[in-house]
Every structure is written in structure tokens, then in C-alpha cells.
Design a protein. Structure first.
Ligand code: NAD
Ligand code: UFG
Length: 342
């Protein structure tokens, strides 16, 4: 069965391609490499023994999309990862984010309709909940006004997909709201490749430990939490990837017709920034330099998932410990840096 993976050379996409191949799906990737590297395909091949089909173009280009769908017939489902994702950059360049994240989705939905593809898995985010009133946050919590253009593109995208399904009775979509994806493939050949200075905590930690960054900046220790630092639900990227196969299978097996469902993908447990730092130090034996700085504008104090719906209906559960996720992230950092120096 053919599955199209947009953004398939990116961080979460590449890990999902591996799970798809290992589950026997034939994978076709579209990616314009705006935030990833073609060598990821070699990493995938090293792990699975197979190269996925790869087409490089921008999904915002409607003509390129037409050419693609004329070339590849018989695609059963689409997993749509391709998007820009840096929250801060989206505040500075809102049009770039609205254009890329929404035009790509509109184009893709148009082609999905005209080529009779019925199943879509969409990459959403827990950012749609803002600071939830009660925790853990379940899927029925209200979507709050977005704090950034990036977050808004996720909210608007879910609305666009819902309306499209409403008007086209054969299509179904599962929207997966990720909490904080971390870690790398345990085989060590693929992982996160932040371009420039990382925005996210774990790549900043591994780069600091490797000596690329002088110290970790801890953004605020005066929050109303047990140690004053923010709390997040860190979900291992391999666990997260597996949920995409489960979502796909749910739609295929149940012949889900005309349905829009959302699922939280989190481990269900919150860790503070300092707990992540301490856990990293424990599993690697490395003492991490850090400084407490001011709060980062827009940060939510605490958020963690109620993943029971995904546990029950997708028959999926996050099983990787924070220790193992941080170790895989660290192993990937070392492998990748050595490769760069070769
Ligand atoms: P990523 O940047 O590593 O991967 C996205 C991929 O999409 C990249 O390879 C990029 O080159 C490609 N791409 C972007 N725009 C494109 C376009 N117009 N045409 C073709 N290719 C394009 O990001 P990721 O962390 O793997 O995230 C994947 C998805 O998950 C995104 O939609 C993101 O918003 C969502 N998400 C990520 C996180 C996170 O913390 N990583 C959290 C919640 C949701
Ligand atoms: N943090 C630091 N120092 C850093 C980086 C982060 O202290 O160098 C702190 C942040 O202040 C926050 C926590 O670590 O308290 C987590 O920050 P991340 O940037 O790793 O993650 P966020 O929760 O801010 O955002 C991430 C993605 C968003 C996505 C969101 C929810 O970056 O795209 O998770 O899925 F929307």
C-alpha cells in the first residue's frame, strides 16, 4: 500500500518513514529540503535497508503537485508533516508561516480530492490548548486563542480539514496533537537536525554538552511550579512515529468514512526544565553548564497530556523513558558531529 509522506526527510517525518517501511508500506516522500538534508535518506536506508521514493519540490507549487500526482497513481493515504515550525520566527515573519503552512495544506487537499485519496493524518500540536485550565489536558479542552502565527496555522489547518471533510463525504482525517517530541532513533543514524541555534530544549542541551553552545539558557525559574521552571510532556520521537501507523491503521481497518478525529500524543507526565537537565546529567555523566535567564515571552507555564483517548482507541502508548530519550538524543548528537568532521 502506497503512503505519501510530506516533510518525510524532516525530524518526525523521517522517523515515521522508518516505522511505515518496517510495517510493510511503500513510502513516497515529498520534501523541498527547506529544513532537512537529503542525507537523511541514507540514514533511513541504513536502518531499514530500503530507500523511500523521494521527490523534491515545494508543496505550495500547485503545478508541481499536479505533476507529482500524475506520476504516482494509487496512493492510499497521506501523512502531512511539511510545515514551518519555529514559533519565534513565525512572530517575526507571519506571512511566511501563513503562506507555507496553509497554501501547502490547501494544495494537498485539492489533490487529495481530485485523486480520490480518502485518508489523511495531520501533524497538529498541543499549542492549540494554550495554557489549559486543568491538567492533564484532554482533547475536549477548549482551543484557545493562538499565541503565535505558527500556532494559529495549526488551528486554522484543523478548521480547513474539518470543513473539507464536511463537504466531501469519503474523506477522513486524524489530527495528532503532539506534545514535546524529543530523542532520536536508537540505531543512531537519524535524529533532529536543527539549523543554526536550536529553539528547543533538548537539542540545546546536547549541543551545550558537546561544546557547541557555551551554556544552556534556562528561561525563567520563577514560575508557579515545584522548582520554578516550566513543565512539559516530553514524548519520544519513535513512540510518536508509531502513533502515525496506528492512526493510519485505525482509518483503514475501521474504513473510517467521513470522520475528523483528534488525538493527544504525549506520555502523560510533566517534567520541569531542571528535571530534564538533571536527568541528562544522570544518564550521560556530563555536568551541564547553565544560566537562569528571564522568562521567554509566550512560554506556557505547564502543560501535559491526558493520552487516554490515544491509548484506548489507537491502542498506542508512549513507552520510552525520559532517560532513554535523552540518551538517544545525546548519541545522535555525537554521531552527527563526528560525521560532519569526517
Ligand atoms: P521539520 O522541520 O524537521 O520537518 C518538516 C519538513 O517539511 C522539513 O523537512 C521541511 O524541509 C519540509 N517542508 C516544509 N515546508 C515545505 C513545503 N512547502 N514543501 C515541501 N516540504 C516542506 O519539523 P518536524 O519537527 O519534523 O515537524 C513535523 C510537523 O510536526 C510539522 O507540521 C510541525 O509543525 C509539527 N509539530 C512539530 C513539533 C515539534 O516540536 N517538532 C511539535 C508539534 C507539531
Ligand atoms: N527552554 C529553555 N532553554 C532553551 C530552550 C527551551 O529553558 O534553550 C525551555 C522553555 O522555556 C520551555 C521548555 O524549555 O519551558 C520547552 O521549550 P521548547 O522550546 O523545547 O518547547 P515548547 O514547549 O516551547 O514548544 C514546542 C515546539 C512547538 C510546539 C510545542 C507544542 O517548539 O513548535 O512544543 O507541541 F508547538
Amino acid at each position: 500500500m502506497k503512503v505519501l509522506v510530506t516533510g518525510g526527510t524532516g525530524y518526525i517525518g523521517s522517523h515515521t518513514v522508518i516505522e511505515l517501511q518496517q510495517a510493510g508500506y511503500e513510502v513516497i516522500i515529498i520534501d523541498n529540503l527547506s529544513n532537512s538534508n537529503i542525507e537523511v535518506l541514507d540514514g533511513i536506508h541504513k536502518i531499514t535497508g530500503q530507500y523511500p521514493i523521494f521527490e523534491k519540490f515545494d508543496i505550495c507549487n500547485s503545478q508541481d503537485c499536479n505533476n507529482f500526482f500524475s506520476k504516482y497513481k494509487g496512493i492510499t493515504a497521506v501523512i502531512h508533516f511539511a510545515a514551518y515550525k519555529a514559533v519565534g520566527e513565525s512572530v517575526e515573519k507571519p506571512l511566511m508561516y501563513y503562506y507555507n503552512n496553509l497554501v501547502s495544506l490547501l494544495n494537498l487537499l485539492d489533490k487529495i480530492l481530485s485523486h480520490n485519496i480518502n485518508y489523511l493524518v495531520y501533524s497538529s500540536s498541543c499549542t492549540v490548548y494554550g495554557q489549559p485550565e486543568s491538567l492533564p489536558v484532554a482533547e475536549n479542552a477548549p482551543v484557545q486563542e493562538a499565541k503565535s502565527p505558527y500556532g494559529n496555522t495549526k488551528q486554522i489547518s484543523e478548521e480547513i480539514i474539518k470543513d473539507t471533510i464536511h463537504a466531501n463525504k469519503k474523506i477522513s482525517c486524524i489530527s495528532l496533537r503532539y506534545f514535546n517530541p524529543i530523542g532520536a532513533h536508537p540505531n543512531g543514524f537519524i535524529g533532529e537536525l536543527p539549523i543554526g541555534e536550536p529553539n528547543n530544549l533538548v537539542p540545546y542541551i546536547t549541543q551545550t554538552a558537546y561544546g557547541i553552545r557555551e551554556y544552556l539558557r534556562v528561561f525563567g525559574n520563577n514560575y508557579n511550579t515545584h522548582d520554578g521552571t516550566c513543565i512539559r510532556d516530553y514524548i519520544d520521537v519513535v513512540d510518536l512515529s508509531k502513533a502515525h501507523i496506528a492512526a493510519l491503521q485505525r482509518m483503514l481497518v475501521h474504513k473510517n468514512i467521513n470522520n475528523f478525529e483528534v488525538f493527544n500524543l504525549g506520555a502523560g507526565k510533566g517534567y520541569s526544565v531542571m528535571e530534564v537537565v538533571q536527568c541528562f546529567e544522570k544518564v550521560t555523566g556530563i555536568r551541564l553548564k547553565y544560566k537562569i535567564l528571564n522568562r521567554r515571552p509566550g512560554d506556557i507555564e505547564r502543560v501535559y497530556a491526558d493520552p487516554q483517548k490515544a491509548n484506548a482507541r489507537l491502542n498506542w502508548k508512549a513507552t520510552t523513558s525520559l532517560d532513554n530519550s535523552l540518551l538517544s538524543a545525546w548519541n545522535w548528537e555525537k554521531y552527527y558531529r563526528k560525521k560532519l568532521n569526517c
